[in-house]
Design a protein around this ligand. Structure first.
Ligand SMILES: [Zn+2]
Length: 489
């Protein structure tokens, strides 16, 4: 008994040191939120709201099939922009790409300063005909009811288009003169890949050797009651976006009559492969955007959460397991695997000769299309299955810095307009047009000054898309302040 005392003592000592270490980290985990002085609320007049409503009425839909593309609507949108924003239309240089995408340039007085780029897209996703009865208001009516603006595009992304242009028109009326030049990139085909719009404009800017101080596009927003452990609203600034690849798995085997099936049919082989992929998810990891998320939000959390986040190298598996619990959290910590198409068979008594499935992967920064494909091939490892890559692919973006002028200006601007809101870097799980400007800047940020909560998060791309009038006003205030903060001293 006596002999054991010493090791127990030293074990206790070790435990005390360990706990002290954890506590020390938690107590020195300090807030990095900027406490800016709030700015006076800019008056937004009724005319601006009417302009937004009119923008919603124009059906700039990117259809599933190209044949359904309605060029008249896009033409009308151009006319609308010209008529509604005469100062922006005449003072800024404007170039048109592939008939319907627009690049504006507001020349700054100091050409030694790198320009900034503001992005948004003009197109919207279609409204599905059979869902029309479930819309509470006409999706292209632009109706304003109880301080809410209804319609397709209110959140995604006419708020961006009109927010940017309204703020510029206002600054022009106020005789504001930027020192730094401002580009506005308005693509017309974001919802179908952005190849004619943002991609072409990105290539043009590259040819012109434009290097931007920062780019800002949609992708993040102000979320309400959606970050566990945080009561306040949180502004998510996307500093990276996930990649995208779909792999098609095809099997061809002998078919036959279902009364005498072979041991394995095409459907069996393919199902086994899909099960393998689903049962072996990509490893969970804390990528740099999520590290940033922990750094910016950890100190704002209750003590226990703070203790875990302050010691993330020790508790990384605890942290990832917390995220893994929800679909949205899981998407932040790993490359996700989702079978989206499964095809085989035509008749109940015939064994089909072929089966194919498409599996969609959203790739986390740190992995690539090539590493994802290699892992899938290795996991499936069945010669009878051929694997091909889908048409639309996108590598994960670079990760933009948080110690840059762009991020700090965005952070400050958000704090000035929304004093109660916390700011954090974030990982965008979808793809945005900003990826086409990868060569133009190292600092690409994705943020819209609109609020998202459990009540409206499903409405964009879905039913009953709508936006509070206050969000619309705040968007104008946000761009107005961002332009002032980033282009003048
Ligand atoms: Zn969008």
């Amino acid at each position: 008994m006596k002999r054991l005392k010493k090791p127990i003592l030293s074990l206790t000592a070790l435990l005390v040191i360990f706990i002290a270490y954890l506590l020390f980290n938690a107590f020195s985990f300090k807030s990095v939120q900027i406490k800016a002085d709030p700015v006076a609320k800019l008056e937004i007049d009724a005319m601006s709201i009417e302009n937004f409503s009119n923008a919603i009425k124009i059906k700039t839909v990117s259809p599933e099939n190209e044949i359904d593309f309605d060029s008249i609507q896009f033409h009308d949108f151009n006319t609308f922009l010209k008529r509604t924003y005469p100062l922006a239309d005449s003072i800024l240089e404007k170039k048109t790409f592939n008939s319907f995408s627009f690049l504006y340039k507001w020349n700054g007085s100091d050409t030694s300063l790198k320009p900034i780029v503001l992005m948004a897209h003009l197109d919207v996703v279609p409204v599905i005909e059979e869902n029309l009865p479930d819309w509470k208001h006409n999706p292209f009516g632009g109706e304003i009811i109880n301080d809410t603006i209804w319609g397709r595009g209110t959140i995604d992304d006419k708020i961006g288009v009109i927010g940017i242009i309204e703020s510029i028109e206002l600054l022009l009326k106020q005789h504001f003169k930027p020192q730094r030049s401002i580009y506005v990139v308005l693509g017309h085909d974001e919802e179908i890949g952005g190849l004619r719009g943002a991609k072409t404009m990105g290539e043009f800017l590259k040819e012109e050797k434009v290097k931007a101080e920062f780019v800002i596009d949609e992708g993040g927003s102000i979320v309400q009651q959606m970050v566990p452990g945080i009561d306040k609203d949180v502004a998510l600034i996307g500093i990276a976006e996930k990649g995208f690849v779909s792999l098609k798995l095809s099997v061809k085997l002998e078919g036959g009559h279902s009364s005498m099936p072979e041991k394995e049919t095409a459907i069996d082989v393919l199902s086994d492969a899909i099960v393998k992929l689903k049962k072996t998810p990509f490893p969970a990891t804390i990528s740099p955007p999520i590290e940033g998320f922990i750094k910016y939000l950890g100190p704002e959390m209750p003590f226990v959460n703070k203790l875990v986040f302050a010691n993330k190298s020790i508790f990384s598996s605890v942290i990832t397991s917390i995220y893994e619990k929800s679909a949205s959290g899981n998407a932040l910590v790993r490359t996700t695997t989702s079978p989206t198409v499964f095809n085989s068979g035509v008749k109940d008594n015939i064994i089909p000769q072929s089966a194919n499935a498409t599996v969609n992967f959203r790739i986390i920064p740190g992995e690539t299309i090539a590493t994802v494909t290699a892992r899938v091939k290795q996991l499936v490892s069945d010669d009878r299955i051929s694997i091909s890559t889908g048409e639309f692919t996108s590598e994960p973006s670079k990760v933009s810095r948080t110690d840059s002028f762009g991020f700090e200006t965005l952070h400050k601007t958000i704090s000035e307009i929304f004093p109660e809101v916390l700011v954090t870097p974030y990982l965008v799980v979808g793809a945005t047009d900003s990826r086409h400007l990868n060569d133009i800047s190292d600092n690409i940020y994705r943020f819209s000054a609109t609020t998202l909560n459990k009540g409206n998060i499903k409405s964009f791309h879905g039913l009953n898309e709508r936006l509070p009038v206050s969000d619309f006003k705040n968007s104008i205030r946000f761009y107005h302040q961002l332009i002032k903060n980033s282009t003048s001293k």
